[in-house]
Design a protein around this ligand. Structure first.
Ligand code: SF4
Length: 707
């Protein structure tokens, strides 16, 4: 994509902004006037003022804003008051949708003027009209190999109607808005990723959904991206020395859910390979060849296409064989480090596939004009994708010391993933994110303008300090910082139960049958006290499975288990059936937002220390050791504190919520580091007695306004 032409930049903040922030957030101010039921929150106002100050100073701000602050409005209002382009990056596509459909309309209503919001997702989220048209043509005139089941056929009919409506109504073509789940094979037929897009050579370019989404960025007041896309954009700007800008010029960049930055940067800046990549290459060869079936009557073309299909099948077979060898070598382990490998047959076969595609391309070029330019371009992009696959395979089997290379079982045991990930992402982020400068072509002087970066989340501090998070993400120590505690009255709304003395639970390194029995009995007793209504969070799938197996048939409430349904469907059921109990692990430690009685108890099975068997974690600990530090205090402890805080954060989501958090790991009381972890949590009342948990629900509710 070519560089976008940004609007000229003006002074970032109107002179009367002080007044305006005050006018918005004070009692009886604009927010109170325009939003029925709005409650003035001192914390929200403090955050808004800090955002404004940071903008005026061209400084960056790191702010921990506790649950219930209303942080979206606190950053969106001052940021948009400046009438300068703003970019907001958040963790997931679902949160992007929430900002677009809920928060921005609210801001527009409060400011009484339109706010042009432009969401941007990865290209593969939008329907590609070119691929769709080709697939539709084949379905109408040829064999229906697109359908893998009767249900997919039904989905295709719905998809066709939806795309037609999107075009007629000037819709986004964003597949997240399509009301049904698409089988991966069908999705693949109607989307392309950045590397397979024909760009300006595409005949659908002018009406392309993804291109229109990008065009809207140029005139947007607020551009809403996700962290993955933001990091990709920064990386692309680096590779092209600023010539290609996915995002428009902006003076303010807000990183919401900033606690996810390190993990997201680790994923985006690294390489992950699964067998699926080779299977895709195999399917793509068959699909592109089938599209040229008519021309394949020409003997040269037919032979060239068959050679590509055979080479693609051979590459996939070699990759499968390689992964099988890795699985066997891993034994029962979940993950293992990968040693540098030379003369790998899978690499040779993948390179061979790229070269066979090149030969086919030369043959197809000679068959012009029978073979159209568009087809040739699609074959060229296919070759590029295979070349990139080979390059990534070289990275994961190479020996660069900046990367940790490892193989890991995919969640749920469905195959393997091979990774090469940066041991430290902080240097890259320090250079490309925190020192971000915005190029301004309208400026007669080529000096870029500084960009205000606002990083915020409910969980950035550990032991009362931002130091750990800042060091992990390359954030300079001199940034402005702010802590805004949650407005919730944790002392009365929440009770923290940690078993001690006779009730103590000390998780062994490898959970024994006796430990699992004791853990299950304690969970059951807690659930009886809460009458269900609980989220039970585990640190491992294995323990989750063991406990669920022991409880099955014993609980009178609906048991919902992660993996049985998609997360959104599980949460819908959990909200709808107030007494249901949800058993979950990793991804449910954050992002679960259930207000009210349905979530009255959160149980955490053990302190969320990372597994020492995680090869990336091991490499990161090793790096700390080599630098003369202690991996436990410098890394493991603050990391666990952040994760524990996230789990805790699921409990109280509203000032009328009340509940118990049960941390079934007595180490937090008997080990020296326990006080550090407890200090990182909201100030709930602490008890060691199960009886006190029973009493908690027996006592009448005291509303915060009564205190
Ligand atoms: S420009 Fe790219 S994404 Fe858009 S329709 Fe063409 S090939 Fe598809």
């Amino acid at each position: 994509m070519s560089a976008s032409q940004p609007a000229p930049l003006r002074d970032p903040v109107d002179d009367d902004l002080d007044l305006t922030v005050d006018a918005l957030f004070r009692r009886q101010g604009r927010l109170a006037q325009r939003l029925p039921g709005y409650e003035c929150r001192a914390g929200q106002r403090r955050l808004a003022e800090a955002v404004h100050t940071a903008m005026r100073r061209h400084a960056s701000l790191v702010a921990e804003a506790g649950t219930g602050i209303g942080k979206s409005l606190a950053y969106l209002l001052p940021a948009t008051l400046g009438r300068q382009p703003v970019i907001v990056s958040t963790a997931t596509r679902a949160l992007q949708d929430q900002l677009v459909h809920k928060d921005i309309p609210l801001v527009a209503h409060v400011l009484a003027r339109p706010i042009r919001a432009a969401p941007l997702k990865g290209r593969a989220n939008y329907v590609c009209l070119l691929e769709y048209e080709r697939a539709a043509r084949r379905i109408t005139h040829g064999p229906r190999e697109l359908y893998t089941t009767a249900d997919d056929g039904d989905t295709w009919t719905q998809l066709t109607a939806w795309i037609t409506a999107q075009q007629a109504e000037d819709g986004d073509g964003d597949l997240d808005q399509f009301p049904r789940r698409l089988a991966p094979e069908v999705r693949e037929r109607v989307t392309v990723d950045q590397d397979s897009c024909l760009g300006t050579a595409c005949r659908a370019f002018k009406v392309c959904f993804a291109e229109r989404a990008r065009a809207r960025l140029k005139t947007a007041d607020v551009v809403i991206v996700n962290h993955a896309l933001l990091l990709l954009a920064l990386g692309l700007a680096e590779q092209t020395e600023g010539k290609v800008a996915l995002l428009p010029s902006h003076r303010v960049l807000v990183l919401d859910e900033a606690h996810q930055l390190e993990e997201m940067a680790t994923a985006v800046l690294g390489v992950t390979l699964t067998l699926g990549r080779w299977r895709w290459a195999e399917r793509r060869a068959r699909y592109l060849s089938a599209e040229l079936a008519g021309h394949a009557a020409q003997r040269d073309c037919a032979e060239a296409l068959q050679a590509v299909e055979a080479a693609a099948a051979r590459a996939a077979d070699e990759a499968a064989r390689w992964l099988q060898i890795l699985v066997t070598a891993m034994g029962p382990r979940k993950a293992a480090r990968l040693r540098p490998q030379e003369n790998l047959p899978a690499l040779h076969a993948t390179e061979q596939l790229a070269s066979t595609i090149g030969q086919a391309l030369r043959t197809l070029k000679q068959a012009r004009p029978l073979v159209e330019v568009e087809d040739l371009e699609r074959w060229r992009l296919y070759q590029q994708a295979v070349q990139r696959l080979a390059a990534e395979l070289r990275v994961v089997t190479g020996g660069n010391p900046t990367h940790a290379r490892y193989v890991e079982r995919v969640e749920g045991g469905r195959g393997l993933a091979v990774h090469a990930r940066l041991i430290a992402v902080a240097p890259w982020l320090a250079q490309h994110l925190w020192t971000a400068r915005v190029p301004n072509p309208a400026d007669p002087e080529p000096t870029p303008h500084p960009c205000t970066l606002i990083a915020t989340s409910a969980t950035l501090m550990t032991g009362g300090s931002f130091t750990y998070w800042q060091a992990r993400v390359g954030c300079p120590p001199e940034v402005m910082t702010l802590t805004v505690p949650s407005p919730f009255a944790f002392a009365t709304q929440a009770l923290l139960y940690v078993p001690q003395g006779r009730e103590a639970l000390l998780p062994p390194k490898i959970p024994s049958g006796a430990y699992l029995d004791a853990l299950t009995a304690r969970i059951e007793a807690l659930l009886e006290a809460s009458d269900g209504r609980a989220l039970v969070l585990f640190t491992s799938y294995r323990v989750l499975g063991d406990v669920v197996a022991r409880l099955t048939g014993r609980l009178p409430w609906l048991m919902l288990v992660q993996g049985a349904l998609p997360p959104a469907a599980l949460l819908r059921q959990f909200r709808a059936d107030v007494h249901s109990v949800l058993f979950a692990t990793r991804s449910f430690w954050e992002g679960v937002d259930v207000v009210g009685e349905a979530l009255s108890l959160v149980i955490i099975d053990r302190l969320p220390f990372r597994s020492p068997d995680d090869p990336l974690w091991e490499a990161r600990c090793e790096a700390v050791r080599q630098a003369g530090g202690d991996p436990f205090s410098a890394l493991a402890l603050p990391d666990a504190a952040l994760r524990l805080k996230q789990g805790f954060g699921r409990l109280i989501r509203h000032r009328t919520d009340r509940g118990v958090i049960a941390l079934l790991d007595s180490r937090v009381r008997v080990k020296g580091y326990g006080s550090f972890l407890l200090r990182s949590l909201p100030p709930a009342r602490l008890t060691h007695e199960l009886e006190a948990v029973r009493d908690f629900w027996a006592t009448p509710v005291v509303s915060p306004s009564d205190t």
